[in-house]
Design a protein around this ligand. Structure first.
Ligand SMILES: Nc1ncnc2c1ncn2[C@@H]1O[C@H](COP(=O)(O)OP(=O)(O)O)[C@@H](O)[C@H]1O
Ligand SMILES: [Mg+2]
Length: 147
């Protein structure tokens, strides 16, 4: 997969995210790249909505990891929403058990600020890059690619 999309609104981003959710499978890992406010968390929220997550999906900037319970038909799906924004050292990743989350073959894993993974993310399935537009505050350039 290599797709470049343009979103003109949060609603359009939600639609792109839900279309992407249809190809995503349990056990897969999705990395997110993009500045603060690009829309990484909104993208994750829309996918969680696709999986009928009832919990409130918020940015795990302080908790680092949020766990949600989703459903796809009758199947239960565990989702780990990880935000590495505040991670400075490799040791911090070891401490939170980052590798164990990533190695989970049943859960879906979303990682924001994947650039702070200190080499622990050599295996992933998709990366999604969201960039702002110079002229339009509600426009985003979204690149979806598989590993
Ligand atoms: N086209 C768009 N797609 C996604 N978010 C948008 C868009 N236009 C405006 N926004 C706003 O940008 C913000 C994105 O926030 P968030 O998802 O928390 O960013 P990040 O997680 O990348 O730091 C939200 O307030 C959202 O309403
Ligand atoms: Mg975020």
């Amino acid at each position: 997969m290599f797709e470049k999309k343009i979103s003109h609104s949060l609603e359009e981003t939600n639609k792109i995210a839900k279309d992407f959710a249809k190809v995503l499978k349990p056990g897969e890992t999705v990395l997110f790249y993009g500045e603060l406010g690009a829309g990484k968390t909104e993208f994750v929220k829309a996918i969680c909505d696709y999986y009928s997550v009832e919990q409130i999906v918020t940015s795990p900037t302080f908790t680092i990891v949020n766990q949600y319970f989703g459903k796809l038909g009758k199947e239960n799906i565990t989702i780990f929403h990880i935000d590495l924004y505040r991670i400075e050292k490799k040791e911090e990743l070891v401490e939170i058990g980052f590798m164990e989350y990533i190695a989970n073959t049943e859960a879906i894993k979303f990682v924001e600020w994947a650039e702070n993974s200190h080499g622990f993310l050599d295996k992933y399935d998709y990366s999604i890059k969201i960039t702002n537009d110079e002229d339009d505050v509600n426009k985003r350039h979204i690149t979806l690619s598989s590993e």
